[in-house]
Design a protein around this ligand. Sequence first.
Ligand code: ADP
Ligand code: ASP
Ligand code: MG
Length: 412
Amino acid sequence: MTLIVQKYGGSSMGSIERIAHVARKVLAASQQQPTVVVVSAMQGETDRLLHLAKGLSERPNGRELDALLASGEQASSALLAIALNGLGAKARCYNGAQVPILTDNVHTKASIEEIPPENILNDLKAGYIVVVAGFQGVNEHGHVTTLGRGGSDTTAVALAGALKAKECQIYTDVAGVYTTDPRIVPQARLLSQITFEEMLEMASLGAKVLQIHSVELAGRYQVPLRVLSTFEEGAGTLIALEERLMKHSVVSGIAFNRDEARVSILGVADRPGMGAELLGSVSQLNIDVDMIVQNPSIAGTTDLTFTVHKNDYNTVMEVLQGKAQTLRAREVRGDARVAKISLVGAGMRSHPGVATQMFEVLGQEGINIQLVSTSEIKISVLVDEKYLELGVRALHAAFGLENEPNQEYLSR
Ligand code: ADP
Ligand code: ASP
Ligand code: MG
């Protein structure tokens, strides 16, 4: 059966009028081919539920929190099916456990393990439009789990993989993937295609248009993935599975992230195992570390700096202050008002000098670079949070991202 999976995000489902609009789009698609729809909760609903829980307990239990959060998607999926039935279509809603979307046991950050497709396939064969609540699944104990913020994208891709869909279409409130967030840089350009590995970097560096796990899964299961607008016509952006011949600039996009904080331990003894001891004390608490820099040692001591999520800043500062005492380090410093800006482009592999140009542009704007990290196809810098927008706009202009690439860089 040749079918498609469509996913509609929170803003697309944000009101009764919008749900009615989505229903008309879904109905039109289902007249072309069998259609499975994945929906997010109505815009703001997940935040509202989280806020309610936090009003009752500082650290709500994961199992109960998941039961609460999953209700947002359960409501919106039922509402969409009701709207479709109201238009005279046959539609059925499913929550994660009913599909079933089987996950591991990690509450609030679960991973999908398997999706037996029979229930959905049977309904499609019987002529139903199937509407699935995104962002949720069920674990081996029958408990509801959720997939992390933005997780409905991952539900859609996983379903598309399990059902061998022809395409997974992610409908959202912008026309596709842009060179950078169009809300920050109005000149941002819509990309007709982006390579899969560039999209992975963009997503992991903070472009929240797709949840990173959804991009990983799409790669693993070879799911053709497209991002497009719920509200405007257009072909959107295709995440190209094979690196096809594409017209490309060296830098294809700029991602940024306001969620990181910087911490440093200064004047700590420079001996083998020290880094492992310090970072180990943080990772023991399940806290992820992102950028890491260690200075060359002077007179036997060194400085170690790294970044963590802003939510973990206070905890990590406390841990390091404890360590500083036992290790007789000189000082612990930190700053939570930082932001990370990243240039992404598969063309960087074959074009040296991108970092130099990036540093020049930021220097000309008077923006100081605090930390740097690189990979083959990205360069990230940490800067003062107040320069984030200025930096992104200056880089977007300097690398000519608002113009169609004139130089033909062929991505393999
Ligand atoms: P949804 O509710 O549909 O899941 P999200 O808010 O999760 O939508 O993602 C869409 C948003 O992602 C856009 O409104 C835009 O502000 C943001 N965004 C960030 N970077 C980009 C980018 N490079 N291209 C497109 N959108 C981006
Ligand atoms: N409703 C969830 C969130 O706000 C999942 C999603 O929208 O994808 O994060
Ligand atoms: Mg999203």
